[in-house]
Design a protein around this ligand. Structure first.
Ligand code: KIV
Length: 270
């Protein structure tokens, strides 16, 4: 086990304490029991069963084809391999389009093992966030580049580069915290925008392609191992430097985030 992991299971309270203490936390998207166990032992604090599985496991060119059944299956696998990490599960495309669908699908994901559900969107998910939070289901709001909206955005592009878009992201992040979100995830936004939001919010903020200033970092397992078909600017192959195989690569990722060495300048957008 990595020397970073404190005894006991990670909770949202642990992440809030880490934010207040200025200690970075580490998240990883993983999809099966074996890798979940390796990541948990390496000191990863949050395991995300991400709908990125549609791209890295299923070979689709977006996350849109992923179903609730896919998410429930992989959540069950990860739960069986994990001991102490907090488990977060993605609500896939169109699984939170109406109130009744949202409640039914979020409950199914929680029954499969999720402790937090992640939804993509800004102001339009504020009511959904409140609906879930009031019923005891913690929400992570995913903002910035939201891959489920790839067709509307017109590609996997950096978000919040112009002042008015950056201002909307700031205001909507504030609204989502007020609506009961427990975590915020920022994907592919400029470093300064991520810094402003992280300092403004009380809830922990996790980043991917959002620079070093967020409270935590997240990467997709296949990117950490350098085996994804595409390698965006913000990812790093930790297996290339590991002399202890896959467990060593995941530990190196944990160490690099905790020590502030990752993400470095070359992984950031400005
Ligand atoms: O689906 C996923 O794995 C994600 C991460 C890339 C943040 O949303």
């Amino acid at each position: 086990m990595s020397t970073h992991r404190k005894a006991g299971a990670i909770t949202l309270t642990s992440l809030k304490k880490m934010k207040r203490a200025g200690e970075k936390f580490v998240c990883l998207a993983a999809y099966d029991a074996c890798f979940a166990g390796v990541a948990d032992k390496a000191g990863v604090e949050v395991l995300l069963v991400g709908d990125s599985l549609g791209m890295v496991l299923q070979g689709h060119d977006s996350t849109l084809p992923v179903t609730m059944n896919d998410m429930i299956y992989h959540m069950g696998c990860v739960k069986r391999g994990n001991e102490g990490a907090l488990l977060m599960g993605d609500m896939p495309f169109m699984s939170y389009a109406s109130e009744s669908q949202t409640l039914q699908n979020a409950a199914a994901l929680m029954r499969a093992g999720a402790q937090v559900v992640k939804l993509e969107g800004g102001a339009w998910i504020a009511n959904t966030t409140r609906l879930l939070a009031e019923r005891g289901i913690p929400v992570c709001a995913h903002m910035g580049l939201t891959p489920q909206s790839v067709n509307r955005i017109g590609g996997f592009h950096v978000q919040g580069r112009d002042t008015s878009q950056a201002q909307s992201i700031i205001e909507e992040a504030q609204l989502l915290e007020e609506s009961g979100a427990s975590l915020l995830l920022l994907e592919c936004v400029p470093v300064t925008l991520a810094k402003t939001i992280t300092e403004m919010l009380e809830i922990p903020v996790v980043g991917i392609g959002a620079g070093p200033e967020t409270d935590g970092q997240i990467m997709v397992l296949h990117d950490v191992l350098g085996i994804s078909p595409i390698t965006p600017k913000f990812v790093k192959n930790f297996l290339a430097e590991s002399d202890a195989g896959i467990p060593g690569a995941i530990e190196a990722y944990v160490d690099a985030v905790k020590s502030g060495r990752f993400p470095a300048q070359e992984h950031c957008f400005h």
